[in-house]
Design a protein around this ligand. Structure first.
Ligand code: G
Ligand code: G
Ligand code: MN
Ligand code: NA
Length: 254
């Protein structure tokens, strides 16, 4: 309860900050996008990771205003970095299903884009498979409105939720993010290697961008390149960093 009250205050006093984990495009070895990941600058405990407070935010409904703050910061900072050497570098933002179930959510995103000046095509929203499978009627109108605005949609943690692929056909998805559990065993696990290769081939056939998450080793990167993966994200390239460090990546191919 103490943490809950502290989080409520954090939301009022702007203690939440957004860091960005860069995504590397394999075709030209350039920074192409960055995932917004929330952190809590706690007055006593220092910088806290989402594992400490996201569940509480979900359980209490605070995730709605937390998510709104993250979206606003992410759009504002991504709009600014267009003029700081990172032109065309997009931003992706994780969503809670509670946000997507709000009737006015697409309008909120539109207002964020307007205020920040960020083009809709440079914003990607990350959903999970379970949201698409279980919450379809409750989120469909927001999904369609966001798509009509030109916002991109990604499926996060792909491959861990459900094996039904029907929603890939029914939903206007742009990007698949392969869960890092498959990437971890890419070099030594024959099954995981087969799964990753199959996901990449499927994404190519469906004309979806495919991003591998959790890439930590050069050997994993080499296999992903051979398989035709579009982009990677992970500690090999960079962990999540403050925006000041992100703009220093400019013109500096990995
Ligand atoms: O920051 P870290 O790399 O530890 O991320 C841990 C988890 O927290 C990830 O699964 C990520 O999806 C989630 N997360 C991070 N930022 C946000 C956010 O702004 N909103 C939501 N809903 N989840 C987030
Ligand atoms: O939204 P998502 O669940 O994908 O959030 C990203 C999470 O993955 C964060 O907790 C981040 O710290 C973590 N992460 C990012 N890159 C790596 C990596 O290369 N290896 C591992 N083990 N975790 C990573
Ligand atoms: Mn994510
Ligand atoms: Na993920």
């Amino acid at each position: 309860l103490q943490l809950e009250n502290q989080l409520r205050r954090a939301l009022q006093e702007d203690q939440l900050v957004v860091h960005f984990q860069p995504r590397l495009r394999l075709s030209d070895q350039r920074l192409c996008a960055a995932e917004a990941l929330v952190r809590w600058q706690h007055p006593q405990q220092g910088l806290l990771l989402p594992g400490v407070f996201i569940d509480i935010a979900e359980q209490t409904g605070m995730i709605i205003s937390l998510g709104e703050q993250v979206l606003q910061q992410a759009c504002r900072l991504a709009s600014a970095w267009q003029q700081q050497g990172l032109e065309g570098v997009g931003v992706s933002v994780n969503l809670s299903v509670q946000q997507l179930r709000q009737s006015g959510f697409a309008d909120q995103v539109a207002a964020c884009l307007n205020r920040s000046g960020l083009p809709a095509s440079l914003l990607e929203l990350e959903l999970t498979e379970s949201m698409l499978m279980e919450q379809l009627p409750a989120i469909a109108s927001n999904i369609n409105a966001l798509k009509a605005m030109g916002v991109r949609l990604a499926v996060d943690d792909f491959g861990t939720g459900y094996s039904s692929l029907a929603y890939l056909k029914r939903f206007p998805i742009d990007t698949l993010k392969i869960d890092r559990a498959f990437v971890a065993e890419l070099q030594h696990g024959e099954e995981d290697r087969a799964i990753v290769r199959a996901i990449i081939l499927m994404a190519q056939s469906l004309k979806l961008e495919v991003v591998a998450e959790g890439v930590e080793h050069a050997g994993q990167l080499e296999l992903l390149r051979q398989f035709g993966c579009d982009e990677i994200q992970g500690f090999l390239y960079s962990r999540a960093i403050p925006v000041e460090q992100l703009v220093e990546l400019q013109g500096c191919p990995a």
